[in-house]
Each structure stands twice: as structure tokens, then as C-alpha cells.
Design a binder for this molecule. Structure first.
Ligand code: SAM
Ligand code: SF4
Ligand code: SF4
Length: 370
């Protein structure tokens, strides 16, 4: 609903609501780490650093809703890097090994390289540097590369839904050229970063781009990952008929190349991995719709204003910012996080497959991060 100034407030457009911290918990495993109600550890924290984006991908921030009058959050509402680091420090102490910076468009957050460098100073429970990655539309990646490299960034995931200019530009809906994204990917490779490419496949729109993307990235070290179009948020008009199942993606690729499945890198990896038998590299499929992977889901998400979400398809989050800004000690925050994680029962994709999903507005992808 619009307010008096005609602007849609973020709380309406993204359905942000807060839940109280559970009274009991945390549940711990024998080695002392938190575990959720379904026995899943917390390993992966996705941090959304901004709700702004310079693209208007139709499956994420459709122009009709995210108009020039849409009211994005003011800077003061965002978690500061110091606040993010306070949460990150607690998270690594409790088993988190991987951070992904996302958004909106994370590279639009001023000084993002400073956060990358700070996260890399942390040490995991295994005494190692955490895995820090960024998911980006890559529109300004080339410009930001020197600073990100200097900060120690080692990997980046670039979203690229099509090689064809007309199709790519209809995806981003702001006329941004695919050629510039490809240039940024090449620059990232030259800078020594590992690169993955995310491609959301939508029925009738970009199935014919799958083989072109494979062709472009074979023998480059870049790993394309084909993502089933998901019913995240409530604004993209998702229909099951728009989804291209990963099995079909693999069949298309198999029609040209000999491929075989390979083992996951770790338990809970979202993508199933495939390799070209001729040694030209690998690709992955993320099948959130047709092959739910909730059983091993060890991911939590923090929105740019400090709400913790336990699932990509959550309808509500937990307000950590009030704790952070209200004088809570590290111990109190730690207890709250542990209790929240211990009460987690989320398994939306499994429920979707059973036709049991709640009919409530979900959080938008651009708010929660991918
Ligand atoms: N702006 C950055 C980008 O596009 O890479 C990061 C944020 S974006 C929300 C993260 C990822 O979510 C992107 O790879 C995007 O393609 C994917 N995504 C967004 N909406 C989606 C949807 N409805 N289904 C599947 N993937 C989606
Ligand atoms: Fe922006 Fe990424 Fe969403 Fe596209 S998918 S609108 S680039 S946040
Ligand atoms: Fe994890 Fe939720 Fe996705 Fe299941 S639906 S894999 S619980 S984020």
C-alpha cells in the first residue's frame, strides 16, 4: 500500500516482520556447536549489505514494484560493517565457515572491500580463514576488482542469465549489455579470482542460452550453475510452469557433450555437480524446486537491516539490530542466536514438493539476498 507521499514503504513491499527470540535453547551437538530442531548445524551465513540495485531483473525486482518512487532503506537503517563483524565473530565461534555477501547489488555498498578484508581476518573452528564470496550482477565488478583483490577476495559468483544481448537485457530490464558482464568475468579471471556464474533458467525465455553459456565457459575454469526459477518473494508472479527442471537442463547439455555427475565438495552444497568427460570443466544445477535439499541446509541469512532469516522462503525474521543497538552483550547476542537457530524447523522446498507451503507473503529476494 502507498503512503501519503505515494511511496511504497519497504515494510509493505517486502513483508518484513519480526519474531520474538525463543525462550529455550540453544541445543548443542556433542562437540558444542548449535544444531537446529532437525539436527542441522549452522555453517553458512549470507549477509545482505544493501537493498539497492541498478538492475530490475523481472524475477527479483520487477520495475512495476521497485519504481523510482520505491522507498529503499536510508543508510542509518543498514547494519554498519562493525555491527556485521560483531555478528560474524560470534557466528564463526559457533561453526560458521562461509560468508556470502549479497543484496540487492552488494558492490553498490560503499567500501564493501573493507568488509571483505575484515571477514578474512576471522578464523573458523578449524583454525582456517573463512570462505568469503560475493554474488554480484558484475555491472561494476571490473572497477571494483583492484580493491577487492587487495582485500583478499578469492572468489566471486556472477549472475548472467543469457549470452544473447536482447535476452540478457530483457532479464535485467535496464538495457545493461551482456558484453560488459563477460568483460568483467574475464578481468576477474585475470586477477586470479575463482569465478562461478549463476544462470536462472526460465521457461520460454532462456532455455536456448544454456548451451551457449556452457560453450562460452568450457576450458576457462568458470563454473556455470543453472538455477531453477524459484518462488522467492511475492512480487515476481512465479508459476510452476515457468520452471525448467534441472533434469531437462542436464539433458540439453548431454545432447551436445558427454557429461557425468561428480561428488559434492561438502555436505549441504546447494548445487549438484557435473563434469565434461573430455576434461573441459564442470557445471552445476541448483534444483530448489524439483529436488529439495533442505535436509542438509546449514544456511542463515541476515538482511541489510539486521534481521535474521532461517530460510530463503521465510515469512518472518528475527530483529538482531535492536539487540545490537540496545546494549546487548556478546553473550546475550550469542544466546539469542543459538536459541533462534535451535528452534529452526524450516524446510520450505520440501513442503512445496508436498504441496504444503503456507499461504503467507514471503520475503523478497532483493531484501534477503540470494
Ligand atoms: N545482485 C546480485 C546478483 O544478482 O548476483 C546479488 C543478489 S541476487 C538476489 C542473488 C542471486 O539470486 C542471483 O544469482 C539471482 O539470479 C538469483 N535470483 C534472484 N531471484 C531469483 C528467483 N526468483 N529464482 C532463482 N534465482 C533468483
Ligand atoms: Fe538486482 Fe541481483 Fe535482483 Fe537482479 S537478481 S534485480 S541484479 S539484486
Ligand atoms: Fe534451506 Fe529453506 Fe532452501 Fe530448504 S527451502 S534449502 S530450508 S533455504
Amino acid at each position: 500500500m502507498k503512503n501519503d507521499s505515494g511511496i511504497i514503504p519497504i515494510s509493505d513491499a517486502t513483508h518484513v516482520r519480526s519474531l520474538p527470540v525463543p525462550q529455550s535453547g540453544p541445543i548443542r551437538t556433542e562437540d558444542g556447536f548449535w544444531t537446529d530442531a532437525l539436527g542441522r548445524p549452522l555453517r553458512d551465513l549470507r549477509i545482505s549489505v544493501t537493498d539497492h540495485c541498478n538492475f530490475r531483473c523481472r524475477y527479483c525486482m520487477p520495475k512495476e514494484i521497485f519504481t523510482s518512487r520505491y522507498s529503499f532503506l536510508p543508510q542509518t537503517e543498514l547494519l554498519s560493517f562493525e555491527e556485521i563483524m560483531r555478528l560474524a565473530r560470534i557466528a564463526v565461534r559457533h561453526g560458521v565457515r562461509k560468508f556470502r555477501l549479497t543484496g540487492g547489488e552488494p558492490l553498490l555498498r560503499k567500501g564493501i572491500e573493507r568488509l571483505v578484508a575484515d571477514l578474512l581476518t576471522l578464523r573458523t573452528d578449524e583454525g582456517k580463514e573463512p570462505d568469503v564470496a560475493i554474488t554480484t550482477n558484475a555491472s561494476i565488478l571490473k572497477k571494483k576488482l583492484p580493491a577487492l583483490k587487495e582485500a583478499g577476495l578469492k572468489r566471486v559468483t556472477v549472475s548472467l542469465d543469457a549470452m544473447d544481448e536482447a535476452i540478457f537485457q530483457s532479464f535485467n530490464d535496464v538495457g545493461f549489455p551482456a558484453a560488459k558482464i563477460l568483460e568483467a568475468i574475464d578481468a576477474a579471471l585475470e586477477a586470479g579470482l575463482k569465478v562461478k556464474v549463476n544462470t536462472v533458467v526460465k521457461r520460454g525465455v532462456n532455455e536456448n542460452e544454456i548451451l551457449k553459456i556452457c560453450e562460452r565457459f568450457r576450458n576457462t575454469g568458470v563454473i556455470p550453475r543453472f538455477i531453477e526459477y524459484m518462488d522467492v518473494g511475492s512480487s515476481n508472479g512465479w508459476r510452476m510452469t515457468d520452471v525448467v527442471p534441472s533434469a531437462e537442463v542436464v539433458e540439453r547439455i548431454r545432447s551436445r557433450y558427454e557429461v557425468e555427475p561428480i561428488n559434492p565438495n561438502y555436505i549441504g552444497e546447494t548445487a549438484t555437480r557435473w563434469r565434461y568427460v573430455d576434461g573441459a570443466g564442470e557445471f552445476g544445477c541448483i534444483s530448489s524446486v524439483t529436488r529439495a535439499f533442505c535436509r542438509d541446509c546449514s544456511r542463515a541469512r541476515i538482511s541489510m537491516e539486521g534481521r535474521l532469516y532461517l530460510c530463503l522462503f521465510a515469512t518472518e525474521g528475527y530483529d538482531l539490530r535492536t539487540l545490537l543497538r540496545g546494549g546487548a552483550t556478546d553473550f546475550e547476542i550469542e544466546e539469542a542466536l543459538g536459541r533462534i537457530w535451535s528452534a529452526r524447523e524450516n524446510r520450505y522446498s520440501e513442503l512445496r514438493a508436498l504441496g504444503l507451503t503456507p499461504d503467507r507473503p514471503k520475503i523478497e529476494m532483493s531484501y534477503i539476498g540470494g
